[in-house]
Design a protein around this ligand. Structure first.
Ligand SMILES: Nc1ncnc2c1ncn2[C@@H]1O[C@H](COP(=O)(O)OP(=O)(O)OP(=O)(O)O)[C@@H](O)[C@H]1O
Ligand SMILES: [Mg+2]
Length: 125
């Protein structure tokens, strides 16, 4: 639903909290200390877009689909973990009919994970 420049996203607060926590924990745990982590919510042409970005080492493009699978951790991953966080994020995105994208930040190194909520009530152009 769009109200002025706002996008109202309807969802399950507990699940959305788990999703955001996983993304922020990843950005903190899989990057060196001193890394800048940013979270952002925006109205992207009527769709709600939630993103978590960091300027850490990022994930090579060829690994980005695989890290969304359960238990997959790229070789050389140092921080402890089970490899489940992003698969949970993906499931929660799906429950909300949202798209999950792992991309490079607009500037510099690092990672940006975007969750784009569809805009069923958005006016078609
Ligand atoms: N922000 C990030 N920067 C660099 N690598 C990342 C980032 N987020 C995730 N990764 C890589 O993707 C892998 C999978 O992430 P995922 O959250 O699924 O599992 P995990 O963090 O290893 O374990 P868990 O979340 O279950 O504790 C991580 O092991 C890490 O190699
Ligand atoms: Mg994780």
């Amino acid at each position: 639903m769009i109200e002025g420049n706002e996008v109202v996203v309807r969802g399950n607060p507990g699940l959305l909290r788990i999703m955001l926590r996983n993304l922020i924990e990843n950005a903190v745990n899989h990057t060196p200390s001193g890394t800048v982590v940013q979270t952002n919510v925006a109205n992207e042409q009527g769709a709600g877009c939630l993103s978590v970005s960091d300027n850490g080492p990022g994930i090579p493009e060829q690994e980005r689909e695989k890290v969304m699978e359960r238990f997959y951790r790229p070789l050389g991953t140092q921080a402890s973990g089970s490899g489940l966080g992003l698969s949970i994020v993906k499931q929660i995105a799906e429950i909300h009919a949202a798209a999950l994208r792992i991309v490079s930040p607009d500037v510099g190194n690092g990672l940006r994970v975007e969750v784009i909520f569809s805009a069923p009530n958005a006016k078609k152009p």
